[in-house]
Design a protein around this ligand. Structure first.
Ligand code: AMP
Length: 283
């Protein structure tokens, strides 16, 4: 069976049938250009739910005017095969018009958690993400929805939205899938040229070094300095932020005691990479 569905109404009809059979519905929202990180989310959903829905939608609302919406990699044919191989029952890939008719006027904002880290550098991004995810959750009405820790701030924002708006879904966090050299898998990694690709694992190394320092219970400044010292060894790399935040509300902390997350965004040429590690914190 071809799992591709582009219409909200058709997807709903199919899911009503699955639900009627007593199936738990697992949902994996993506922007396509699928890789093993997305694959891990699908495998987890497959293990926990009877009916799996993957959405593929490059959401224009979450891209700034100078960002890579137009050039974002798209390959629906390969993505469909990828989803089928991992046992997806439905792949929902709507056109923009299906998601955002001309008279679309409703937006969702989750305060606090979206205000630091990527927030100031990508104005409107998290509002775009929250809006599309709420809409997708309303369309699919899954029992469980899967999100990667790779985008920890996004994941925490969705958890907060689900809690604040009493949405009847369980958010399942999935650990980051990495290349052998530590680079977190990302659809944007394909933008990197050879030299940039070689430099890219430094981001993970810097986060790991900072995390090792944090385990010793030092100040956030010391943690940041440990990471920055590594990133500054690579002239190709420009740091956008390197933050030590509380792992629940994603707000900067001064002292490392309790669950924290160390998160960074860097530029390599015209490619922006993000990554993060969670740390329990020294006592
Ligand atoms: P995207 O297509 O980039 O919007 O990502 C769709 C989902 O896959 C999000 O929940 C991401 O956090 C997750 N994801 C992306 N890359 C990875 C990765 N390397 N490991 C685990 N999850 C990932």
């Amino acid at each position: 069976m071809n799992p591709l569905i582009t219409s909200i109404a058709v997807l709903r009809d199919n899911l009503a049938t699955a639900r009627g059979q007593g199936n738990a519905i697992g949902f994996v929202p993506t922007m396509g250009s699928l890789h093993a990180g997305h694959g891990r989310l699908m495998e987890r959903a497959r293990a926990e739910c009877e009916t799996i829905v993957v959405s593929i939608f490059v959401n224009p609302l979450q891209f700034g005017p100078k960002e890579d919406f137009r050039s974002y990699p798209r390959n629906l044919t390969a993505d469909l095969t990828f989803c089928e191989e991992r046992g997806a029952d439905f792949v929902f890939a709507p056109l923009n018009e299906e998601m955002y008719p001309d008279d679309f006027r409703t937006f969702v904002e989750v305060q606090g958690v979206s205000e630091h880290m990527c927030g100031p550098f990508r104005p409107g991004h998290f509002r775009g993400v929250a809006t599309v995810v709420l809409k997708l959750l309303n369309i699919v009405q899954p029992d469980r929805a899967y999100f990667g820790e790779k985008d920890a701030q996004q994941m925490r924002m969705i958890e907060k939205m689900v809690s604040d708006l009493s949405l009847p879904v369980t958010v399942v966090p999935v650990p980051t899938v990495r290349e052998a050299d530590g680079l977190a898998l990302s659809s944007r990694n394909r933008y990197l040229d050879e030299a940039e690709r070689q430099a890219a694992p430094l981001l993970y190394r810097a986060l790991s070094e900072a995390a090792a320092r944090a385990e010793k219970g030092v100040t956030a400044d010391e943690v940041r300095e440990a990471g920055m010292a590594i990133l500054q060894t690579e002239p190709r790399l420009r740091v956008e932020y390197f933050d030590v935040v509380d792992d629940r509300d994603m707000r900067p902390v001064q002292h490392v005691d309790g669950a924290i997350r160390i998160a960074a965004a860097v530029w390599l040429g015209s490619t922006r990479l993000i990554d993060n590690l969670s740390v329990k914190g020294g006592q």
